[in-house]
Structure formats: structure tokens, C-alpha cells
Design a protein around this ligand. Structure first.
Ligand SMILES: [Zn+2]
Length: 104
């Protein structure tokens, strides 16, 4: 959780920063959508995590009924900054799912 908030998870947006790869080329290697592998892509877009994401967003909508109306970046900020213990569990599950795909 802290890694997501501080931007220090092994997402391509961070890991490729140190290889001097331009921002727009730091795309997700898990899907072929050509999107930058950042927190928003990981939490809300990458199709590899749809099952856990469904649970995460359902939980978010149950505690914040105006979340539907917000732009994606605002939703991500709320998820990363305004969380409870169940959201932490779901984010940890999301991260675990990513690690299993990458290292399997
Ligand atoms: Zn992806």
C-alpha cells in the first residue's frame, strides 16, 4: 500500500525511469494495450486484474457513493489515500495477482 502511494512499486513507469526510457514508452508488458504502466493502469485498467478490480471498485462504491462521477485520476487518489482495512486487503490482492503473473 505504501509502495503504491509513494510510487515505488515495480511498475514500468518507475522501473524504466532509471533506464532513461521516455515516459510514453514505459508501457505495461502484461497486456498489449500500449498504455503506460502507472498506478492508474495497474489499479483501474489492465485487463489482467479484472476479477480483483471488480471487488475493489465495488467496495469503493459502497463507501463513497459519488465515486462514479469522478475522473479516473481522482478515483485513484481516493483509493490510495482514503482507504480502510478491506481496501488495503484488496489492493494487496491486486499486487499479489500482478506478482504471480510476472514471476510465473
Ligand atoms: Zn496492462
Amino acid at each position: 500500500m505504501a509502495g503504491l502511494c509513494m510510487g515505488c512499486l515495480p511498475l514500468a513507469v518507475e522501473t524504466r525511469f532509471y533506464s532513461y526510457i521516455p515516459y510514453k514508452e514505459r508501457v505495461c508488458r502484461l497486456c498489449n494495450w500500449g498504455e503506460v504502466d502507472d498506478q492508474a493502469h495497474f489499479i483501474a485498467i489492465c485487463p489482467h486484474f479484472n476479477d480483483v478490480r471488480f471487488k475493489l471498485f465495488n467496495h469503493c462504491y459502497s463507501i463513497t457513493d459519488t465515486l462514479y462521477q469522478l475522473p479516473l485520476q481522482d478515483k485513484i487518489k481516493i483509493i490510495l489515500c482514503d482507504y480502510d482495512s478491506h481496501m488495503v486487503y484488496l489492493l494487496a490482492s491486486l499486487y499479489s495477482c500482478r506478482q504471480n503473473i510476472i514471476y510465473s
